[in-house]
Design a protein around this ligand. Structure first.
Ligand SMILES: [Zn+2]
Length: 210
């Protein structure tokens, strides 16, 4: 407890790999008013997996936590994130984080934590939705190739035989193209799956721990 490693499982990080600190959730929990100090906690399968300490000021929230990069030493992190407010159409006001990364300053709803909390632009995240969309496109391409190969539509139906009258070389080329698209499509499906698991499991809980 009290910290987390920056969870990279190889390849590009996606938003699902990181802890999302959503200012709207903090606001809804009544935790943005000045002078509060509390732990903000993330859970997975009902188990707390990470938490950071937030201390609220008038126009900023100070984050305090420990982080380490790929098995390195744990480091204490402590820095303020500015908060800005904008009026809502129907009264009230909503809060925004100002991304604390050097030279950024974007107004965002969500900061993603790895070693440092920053906006998605700063993390240059491979967005889950982008991968999903690429997966859908790859699925369509795979189906077109399956049509040429006279295979049943849908990559989950596996590979079929060489159609009668098709040259082996053509068949092997189309099959290789199909397999590449099928792998892309699967990656997209996994990204989608990861997101739905995430929305179930990653329920932010503000726990008073004073
Ligand atoms: Zn940023």
């Amino acid at each position: 407890m009290g910290g987390f490693g920056s969870g990279r499982r190889g390849g590009k990080s996606t938003t699902a790999d990181m802890w999302a600190l959503d200012v709207r959730k903090v606001q809804r929990a009544g935790r943005l008013t000045p002078g509060q100090s509390f732990n903000w906690q993330w859970s997975r399968n009902g188990e707390p997996v990470a938490n950071i300490n937030l201390h609220t000021g008038t126009d900023r929230v100070t984050l305090n936590y420990k982080a380490r990069d790929r098995g390195g030493e744990w480091q204490s992190m402590n820095y303020p994130v500015r908060v800005e407010w904008t009026p809502c159409n129907y009264g009230g006001r909503r809060a925004w984080w100002i991304c604390p990364a050097a030279g950024c300053g974007r107004r965002v709803a969500v900061l993603y934590g790895g070693g440092v909390y920053a906006c998605r632009h700063c993390h240059k995240l491979a967005y889950g939705t982008q991968r999903e969309n690429a997966g859908d496109r790859a699925g369509n391409r795979a189906d077109k190739l399956r049509d040429r190969l006279d295979w049943e539509p849908g990559i989950l139906n596996g590979s079929g035989c060489k159609p009668k009258g098709m040259h082996w070389r053509t068949f092997e080329r189309l099959q290789a193209m199909h397999d590449a698209k099928a792998r892309e499509c699967m990656a997209g499906m996994m990204a989608k799956l990861g997101k739905s698991v995430e929305s179930l499991d990653m329920i932010n809980r503000a726990t008073a721990d004073l």
